[in-house]
Design a protein. Structure first.
Lengths: 114, 115
């Protein structure tokens, strides 16, 4: 399976601290995406980084990609209680007729304490 | 704009019953997919489609059927429900078809319990 694996599985930090989550995957990719899921809700797309990119920023989010190590990291700076959620990485995989499908990892549960 | 709409939101079935989870999107997206999420776990891909008339299996397709007769709709059929299919099911869509996966837009989920 090309499933990404997030590390750590759970993370608890104080408001204002930075949160770093890591994702490792097994085979070559075209792009890697990060999603957020609030409890009981659907996932929301955060950021997409292509295989030829090394770093990408969006507001307080910073994503890095190291294709040689097959890994990515998501950094949330100056965390807020509202950042409490589960975060998932997702990688594309080739299916039938060279079509692409998106495979998710098991996620990191982030708790930001006020 | 409704986005991705899933129905029903909640369903309780008895073992052996069949049912269809509905998914509709109004964004003219080519790519649609179904995932299941078990407690405390990530999402596992069941089936996906890169356009009308085209479907393919994901990671856990057994016990589920799909069809894609229109761009807008992608129903998921449970043929003979089993307790192991108790889960939350998410439908998601994105604009690209075969070239890449792009950003997925998710529905709010359908919570299925099989007794």
């Amino acid at each position: 399976s090309q499933q990404g694996e997030e590390d750590p599985q759970a993370l608890s930090i104080q408001e204002g601290e930075n949160a770093t989550m890591n994702c490792s995957y097994k085979t070559s990719i075209n792009n890697l995406q990060w999603y957020r899921q609030n409890s009981g809700r659907g996932l929301v797309h955060l950021i997409l980084i292509r295989s030829n990119e090394r770093e990408k920023h969006s507001g307080r989010l910073r994503v890095t990609l190291d294709t040689s190590k097959k890994s990515s990291s998501l950094l949330i700076t100056a965390s807020r209680a509202a950042d409490t959620a589960s975060y998932f990485c997702a990688t594309d995989a080739i299916g039938k007729d060279s079509s692409y499908k998106l495979i998710f990892g098991s996620g990191t549960r982030l708790l930001v304490r006020p | 704009n409704a986005g991705v709409t899933q129905t029903p939101k909640f369903q309780v079935l008895k073992t052996g019953q069949s049912m269809t989870l509905q998914c509709a999107q109004d964004m003219n997206h080519e790519y649609m997919s179904w995932y299941r999420q078990d407690p405390g776990m990530g999402l596992r891909l069941i089936h996906y489609s890169v356009g009308a008339g085209i479907t393919d299996q994901g990671e856990v397709p057994n016990g589920y059927n799909v069809s894609r007769s229109t761009t807008e709709d992608f129903p998921l059929r449970l043929l003979s429900a089993a307790p192991s299919q108790t889960s939350v099911y998410f439908c998601a869509s994105s604009l690209p078809g075969t070239s890449n996966t792009g950003e997925l837009f998710f529905g709010e989920g359908s919570r299925l319990t099989v007794l």
